[in-house]
Design a protein around this ligand. Structure first.
Ligand code: BTN
Length: 246
């Protein structure tokens, strides 16, 4: 299904899996190679950020990629931003324009969440550090559960475009390979593109971990989000979740 890609690391496909991230992490601990990709046609236990589940019916793209990056572990979470850029570029390669990033790495289209990214780190039994980038894109879903109907959408439900998950998957693997190879330790080569694609600056936001409202000001050079709280105090957040209030 994913034959013929110009890369040496393997791409494996399962019609159904519990979670591609869970499986690829287990493979990573046993020594799977840098760049290995695992894709599932559906997931029964898809996992999202902050312990949430990720609804993963057939018709979506559920892809995990293993990286063994040469960087300190504290910089690895930023690879989620690399993945977000790769998804934007892959969507464009498939004719889907207008996807943008909600800091740090959710993708929105027409104001609805189209894609979520879960970046997890671990150590192999040999002690070597690894990262698994897990990417879930709603491609053709139309039936979202009631609690997601107002906030989530798919390529098909939002644009009417019929795209095969495999077509997007191939484009995404190529974009991930390109961006991850050039990312380095800090991703400085991509910060301008990230700033262009991230729509959070300029919006009033709710900051989940502090429970406070703030104005999102800008993206720092290390991809942190600069905020101004009520009363004028400014601070930067490196991790966590925000909600756009407008
Ligand atoms: C989020 O929006 O909170 C992140 C969702 C990440 C979902 C993807 S689907 C492929 C990979 N496998 C998982 O179990 N989760 C990620």
């Amino acid at each position: 299904m994913y034959e013929g890609l110009a890369r040496s690391a393997p791409v494996s496909y399962l019609e159904a899996a519990d979670s591609t991230n869970t499986r690829l992490k287990a493979m990573a601990r046993k020594g799977a190679e840098h760049g290995s990709v695992l894709i599932a046609g559906s997931q029964s236990e898809g996992r999202g950020r902050l312990g949430r589940s990720f609804i993963s019916p057939e018709g979506g793209l559920y892809l995990s990629m293993l990286l063994r990056p040469d960087m300190p572990p504290e910089k690895a979470a930023r690879l989620g931003c690399a993945a977000a850029l790769a998804v934007c570029a892959a969507l464009e390669d498939c004719g889907v324009q207008g996807a943008c990033i909600k800091w740090p790495n959710d993708l929105l289209l027409c104001g609805k969440k189209l894609c979520g990214i879960l970046c997890e780190a671990g150590h192999s039994s040999s002690g070597s550090f690894f990262v698994v980038l897990g990417i879930g894109v709603n491609v053709s879903t139309v039936d979202f559960p009631p609690e997601l109907r107002d906030i989530a959408g798919s390529v098909y439900s939002l644009t009417g475009l019929r795209l095969e998950p495999e077509q997007l998957g191939r484009a995404l693997i190529e974009q991930l390979d390109r961006i991850c190879a050039a990312w380095g330790r800090d991703g400085e080569a991509f910060i301008d593109e990230y700033r262009r694609r991230c729509i959070s600056p300029g919006k009033p936001v709710f900051v989940s971990h502090s429970g406070k409202k703030a104005m999102a000001l800008s993206i720092e050079d290390d991809y942190a989000l600069r905020l101004r709280y009520e009363g004028g105090i400014e601070d930067s957040v490196s991790f966590g979740e925000i909600f756009h209030m407008e």
